[in-house]
Design a protein. Sequence first.
Length: 231
Amino acid sequence: MMLNFSSLLIVLALQAATIPPENTPPVEQDIVIVGATKEYRLTAKQLRAAVRAFDKSRPAFAPQSRLWFEVSVAKGGSLEGVELALVNGITRVPLTIGPDRRFIFPVLDGDDWRLVSTKPGVPLRIRPWVVSPGTTINDIRLGDLSVQCRVGWAIARQSTSFIVEGMFDVLGGCSSSRLGIYWDFARPIASATIEEGDKRAPIAILQGNKLRLPTYLKDYTSEARVRIAFQ
């Protein structure tokens, strides 16, 4: 039996804020994550759990990697004017979105922080991005995907049911070939394969621009590469 927890692992779609009436000043909008069964706010506690998962799994699977959080506009679009911040009711900590659309989670005291956007009406997405040297959007280490899976699950498991959590663990979690990360790309995909030495296997393309990226495959090590060619 194959079960899929992609929406829990990686695709963290942000709910579009309601557009305020004309001449109403913008209000900081809580970022809401769409999970498999419900929506939940993305808090510093969840981001910190992601960082802990990264620190724990990084040595075994991707010792040279770094953890970023990537911001994009759902269904395409510009990030112009979009700002993110962490707030706790007293202090506001702006987050710098770099030219690569990524930010690093800062070190904060306490768990009462939440992530907000200052531009209502823009449907955003945030996803963890584990990157080792030499990794690009079309050349990804299997070890990076293994860590990325654990980071995404660390966020999602805090809001999922104990039944889903139990099934995830029974199936082997991120160490199982039965689970994967579904990832959609901005361009149509011509081909996708996983390669290591003389071993090579195709990865199915879904709906033209989506892939089910593995987090574990028998006979492949963390150094295997997922290579993607775009049309």
